[in-house]
Each structure stands twice: as C-alpha cells, then as structure tokens.
Ligand binder design. Sequence first.
Ligand SMILES: *Cc1c(COP(=O)(O)O)cnc(C)c1O
Length: 367
Amino acid sequence: MEVPFLSLQDVTNKNFKELSAAVNRVVSSGWYLQGNETEQFEKDFAKFIGTNHCIGVANGLDAIIWIFRAYIELGIMKPGDEVIVPANTYIASILAITENNLVPVLVEPDIHTYEIDDGKIEAAITDRTRAILIVHLYGRCAYSEKIGALCQKYNLKLVEDNAQAHGCMYHGQRTGSFGDSAHSFYPGKNLGAFGDAGAVTTNDKLLADTIRSLANYGSSRKYVFQYKGRNSRLSEINAAVLDVKLKYLDADNGRRIQIAKRYIEGIKNPAIILPEYPHDTTNVFHIFPIRTGNRDALQAYLKENGVQTIIHYPIPPHKQEAYHEWNHLSFPITEQIHTEELSLPMSPTLTDEQVDYVIGCINRFEY
Ligand SMILES: *Cc1c(COP(=O)(O)O)cnc(C)c1O
C-alpha cells in the first residue's frame, strides 16, 4: 500500500465541482483583486475566528510581518525592542521579527506539548520586551491563562502565529482570537489556497486599518501613500477558493482528530513517543508528530513500506546559517525535538485502511 504524507489532489477532489465553479466565477467576472470575493472571505473568516476584523494578505509570513510593522508605525514598538518567541518554530515566525529590526528572544518549548513553555517566559522578559509571539505549533493551542496574565502584568502585545491551527479551540474560543493573529493559507495548511495566501485577524480597528494600508503600498486612498508599504494583497481567486473550503474546515479537522485518535490508540511500540491528546483544548492535528531516538531508521523503514513521512523540522532556527549569530546557543529541548520528531501521514482524505496500515508498519518496526 502507498500512503502519501498529504495528497493535495485528493483534498481538492473532495470539493472539485464547487471549487471549479468558484474559480470560474472569478475568471468570468473580469475582477481579480480587491473585490467582492476578498470582502466576503474576510467577513466569513473573521466570523469563523471570532474577531471584528480580517485582512487578507499575500501569505502567512507577510501576515506576521505586517502585525509587527503596524505596531512600529503606530508607535507601540520601535526597532531594537524584544519579542518572545518559541525556539522550536518554523523559521517564518522569527523572520517576521528580524525583518522589522526587532529582537527575537527564544524560549524553550515544553517537551510534552511542543508548545512554548509558559513556565519559562517570565524569566525571559526584560524592560525591552514588547510582545509574546505564540505559535500554535502542529495544530495545538499554545495559549494559556498564564500567558494571558503575563501579557497583562507586563503590558505586552500577544501575537499568535496561527498558520498551523485554523479551527483550533481553547475553552470554546478559537485560536487566532486571543491576540493579533497571523494565518497562512499555504496549500498544505488545514485551510489551504491554490498558491500563497494569508490573513491577519484582530479586534483592533486601528491596527486593521494600518495593516490594510501597509499591504496595499501604504495606501488607503488611491494615489495617496501614508506609509512605505508593499504589495501584499490576497487574490480574488484564492479568496473564492478559501471561502468554499472554510465551510468544510470544522468537518475536515474532525476527521484529522479521528485519525489522530486511531494512531494514538493503535500505535504500541515502546520506541515511539506519541503526541498527547489534550483535553482542555482541541488539537486540529495539522501535523501528527511522533518522536523516536532512531528517527532516520524509522523514516527509511516506513519509506520502504510505502509510507511517506516528513520531519518538522530537521534544523532549529538557532542552528540555521541565516542566524549564525545564534549558532553557539544551546536550547536542549528544542534540539531534542528537532532530532527525534517525525510526522506521520495526516490529511482529512486518509482512509481508515491507510491509517491502520501505517499503525501496523510502526508496530512491526524493531528498534
Ligand atoms: C506555514 C507557516 C508560516 C508561513 O506561512 P507562508 O504562507 O508559507 O508564508 C508561518 N508560521 C508557521 C508556524 C507556519 O507553519
């Protein structure tokens, strides 16, 4: 049997007719940017997340960049200010901070949740700290009441990188609505477009207006430029596609959760550490991360058996050449996760037979 990590073709085929109709509608309309489709999706996504505002932008990285850039334009932050961020995130979270000449302060994750360790944040706060950027990594909620309380106590902005967790809830509230939040609709994400796309959600009208302007050349009135902005707009075709897929997001996440439960109940191999199934939040399992001391052997074995896996991620940000100034730093938990993590196939289109096949392969793996 062949089990792909994620077949985007299968994901698209689920709603092929509806998606084609949406694309054709835009093609026929002759209107491709800043139109009804974007407006409708922004409205629907804000409602879904539970915020007053949504601004569609070009991609997820830009969404994070714009939040910090807007803080700077609004005088809330200035270059050199510090932002607390998990050490084990996708590089985009960190690039968005340094792009704005802000200083990332890396904090270790919890080895059980893989989310930022909220017990280690306070020690990292200095008088230059202006924000905590939490990343809902792998689809699990990183927010906690403790993090909310720290933001209050030290007057810090809470920014959420919700690229991997569309639909995730914390005590009934969606991630992406706790602070000012960035979303990526990269095709492989739980809510994915046909190409690059992203959005910011927020309850702050001034922030929303500033970001809408920044992402449109720094202009909110035609040919009048208030900021040195860029072109970072969401296309009408992608807005139309996303609006179709948004209707099925909760059901798709529900299927991901079923698959995760099946993995967790079925995998019985002492060499494998399974992800926790959290009870106080939903986990929308963008990724199903397992850990093992013999990761490369397990990956090769699964490949021989037709099971495609991916590593999220093989090299932590502080060991990247792009951040050579951090290469000497030591974050043991982060490094352990990057050494041991392996992501099993995960997609709402996987069948129970495929999942059981993966489980059988893993249970027969000899360490
Ligand atoms: C995908 C991702 C991003 C970046 O999104 P793009 O749309 O690819 O720019 C940012 N942060 C995290 C955690 C991601 O997984």
